[in-house]
Design a protein around this ligand. Structure first.
Ligand code: FES
Ligand code: FES
Length: 162
């Protein structure tokens, strides 16, 4: 039987340095939800297929159920909890609300983080590019058209001169 050990992990979570205890067998998903109480990160399949657990790790989109917590020592992690600011919602969050791009909301944090990673790489994606990028995120309620419209609207707003 595999044994586990306790790890002390320090990383930058949503811009803030956090030190926490984790089990050496914890996935990043488990550590975020259970050790750091970041319940916005959702568990769907727990095997890399649904994207509900997507977060941004050192600037790269990952499914947190497929990353070990131990791997984030010294790393920077962004979750949905870090999107809004005291000034208001992130343009992606606002666009998902405005376009009614969610119903139960379980998939939404993953879509938001995936979309954020997309817009960081491609600020003006086409409909096809959005659909291709979001192919790893599954939604069982809303359908994808409104989600794609929301990402388009947020991208436009984020490109607009301030
Ligand atoms: Fe991680 Fe589904 S819970 S991809
Ligand atoms: Fe329910 Fe997407 S809104 S799974």
């Amino acid at each position: 039987m595999a044994t586990s050990e306790r790890l002390v992990i320090t990383s930058r979570i949503n811009g803030e340095e956090r030190t926490f205890l984790a089990d050496s067998r914890d996935s990043l998903l488990e550590a975020l939800r259970e050790r750091l109480n970041l319940k916005g990160v959702k568990e769907g399949c727990n095997n890399g297929n649904c994207g509900a657990c997507a977060v941004i790790l050192n600037g790269r989109l990952v499914n947190s159920c497929c990353v070990m917590a131990a791997e984030i020592e010294g790393a920077a992690v962004e979750t949905v909890e870090g999107l809004a600011t005291p000034e208001g919602l992130h343009p992606l969050q606002q666009a998902f609300l405005d376009e009614a791009a969610l119903q139960c909301g379980i998939c939404t944090p993953g879509f938001l983080m995936s979309s954020k990673a997309l817009l960081a790489e491609n600020p003006a994606p086409s409909d096809e590019e959005i659909r291709f990028w979001l192919a790893g995120n599954l939604c069982r309620c809303t359908g994808y058209d409104k989600i794609v419209q929301a990402v388009m609207a947020a991208a436009e707003q984020m490109r607009a001169p301030k």
